[in-house]
Design a protein around this ligand. Structure first.
Ligand code: ACO
Length: 425
């Protein structure tokens, strides 16, 4: 174990370093306050702070590497299925055929919601954002399927969450368009079932298009985990108080909703539509993004970690071309996205700041081609991210060193003041 030296107030302190399996180095400051008599570190936005040690996902932002449990995202995306990835992330290794069959069977078996939960959907206005419904319904699962500390019950609740989330998501869509709810079918795979619940109607049979199903698998896989991002850190933060699985994940769903995080995929689509309606003048929007006073950012560009390229965006760019061609969809927004990307990547402003398209840049175009409405995009992201949140929550729970997360602050408010009764003010 190496050490780092810190000189503070004329005194030298030796701090241990921690090295990860990919040689990432962290200076362990857990004794800093005690050693220095009160000094803490300040790292607004946590860009330099490791909040945990984790063996789930590895990212190298400079080299554009993303691996789940050691497996490169490019390999998994090529031939894996989403439920296989769920198993890999949550249980730590690739499943055997038998393990995967059993896992898939239990996901199928638990996909129905408690009938009373349907009444909860009735209470929402038709304009309700499906992310609000998803988050509330996931919290509500805790009232129907209570938490237990028994390992087998936790595993059961994990399966329930993965299984029922697709039913909740599709019901929230059906609610928003005023169509009858469609129940899950046990003869369909996880992804087929979701598409069936989204797009089937009682009046006629619905056949799942294999191109759409493969695209869905790919999108879910690419979103499955991304180490300590905003929503995952939220899940760990809430879970650190020993809040139950459903409450912790619901908090992550809320964090994901923001436009700087998962909400960006909806914003990308809205931006592309705006540019299209404005005569496809994408150069104007690149200029606007460079002008800080405009308050406009190119949505789907930039990433806290990736400073070279986002490997997920690279896969999705190709997938967007393939899926649209396979489905025979001619979307002018894809052309705008390609042009926008090209102009931005050649522009000094974006080069200097290392701003590249992120996973959200092309995902919306594929979702649209699949028939998924814009306000469901972030819900799709949440469905994909579920195994990541669950595995991170599980890892935190099983770590004997886990403590309640409780950051400190540097107080900048008034010093002690004397209270004046209201009549004397
Ligand atoms: N368009 C124009 N300028 C940008 C953009 C953008 N999309 N993103 C960052 N910049 C500029 C900033 O103005 C800043 O410039 P400055 O150094 O001259 O002040 C510089 O690039 C660094 O930006 P920060 O906001 O400091 O970078 P940070 O790491 O905090 O933010 C973030 C990353 C939130 C992703 C940001 O790039 C952004 O807002 N992007 C658009 C929203 C988006 O696509 N979010 C999805 C992220 S991926 C995900 O969550 C799945």
């Amino acid at each position: 174990m190496g050490t780092a030296k810190l000189i503070y107030d004329g005194k030298e302190y030796e701090l241990p370093t921690v090295v990860g399996s990919e040689d990432e180095v962290g200076v362990d400051i857990s004794k800093l306050r005690a050693l220095t008599g009160g000094a803490i570190t300040l790292d607004s936005g946590y860009g330099n702070t490791g909040s945990c040690q984790s063996s789930i996902t590895f990212i190298n932002g400079e080299k554009g590497i993303l691996r789940y449990r050691g497996y490169p995202i490019e390999q998994i995306a090529k031939s894996g299925t989403f439920t296989e990835v769920c198993y890999l992330l949550i249980y730590g290794s690739l499943p055997t055929r038998q393990q995967l069959d059993e896992f898939n069977e239990s996901l199928t078996y638990h996909s129905m919601l408690h009938e009373d939960m349907k009444k909860l959907f009735e209470g929402y206005p038709p304009t309700a954002h499906p992310m609000a419904i998803l988050s509330s319904m996931v919290t509500s699962l805790a009232t129907y399927y209570p938490h237990s500390h028994r390992e087998d019950r936790i595993d059961l609740n994990i399966v329930r969450l993965l299984a029922k989330a697709t039913t909740i998501a599709s019901l929230s869509y059906k609610k928003s368009i005023g169509q009858p709810f469609i129940y899950p079918r046990n003869d369909l795979s996880y992804t087929e079932n979701f598409l069936h619940m989204m797009f089937a109607v009682p009046a006629e049979p619905y056949v799942v298009n294999p191109v759409v199903e493969r695209a869905l698998n790919l999108l879910l896989i690419l979103h499955a985990d991304h180490e300590q991002n905003c929503s995952t850190s939220t899940v760990r933060m809430v879970g650190s108080s020993q809040a139950n699985l459903y409450a912790s994940i619901a908090a992550g769903i809320s964090a994901l909703w923001g436009p700087l995080h998962g909400g960006a995929n909806q914003k990308v689509m809205e931006m592309l539509k705006m540019i299209h309606e404005d005569g496809d003048n994408y150069r104007k929007y690149v200029d606007m993004a460079k002008d800080k006073s405009s308050g406009f950012r190119l949505m789907g560009f930039g990433h806290r970690v990736y400073k070279n390229f986002d490997p997920r965006a690279k896969i999705l760019k190709q997938a967007a071309d393939d899926v649209l061609e396979d489905l025979g969809v001619d979307d002018p927004l894809l052309e705008i996205a390609r042009n926008l990307e090209q102009v931005a990547l050649e522009d000094e402003f974006f080069i200097q700041r290392k701003l590249y398209p992120n996973v959200d840049f092309y995902s919306g175009i594929i979702y649209s081609a699949m028939g998924i409405p814009t306000n469901m995009f972030t819900v799709m992201f949440a469905l994909g991210r579920l195994p990541g949140w669950i595995s991170q929550w599980k890892e935190m729970r099983e770590d004997p060193k886990s403590r309640i997360n409780r950051p400190r602050q540097i107080y900048t408010g008034p010093t002690e003041s004397t209270y004046t009764p209201i009549d004397e003010r």
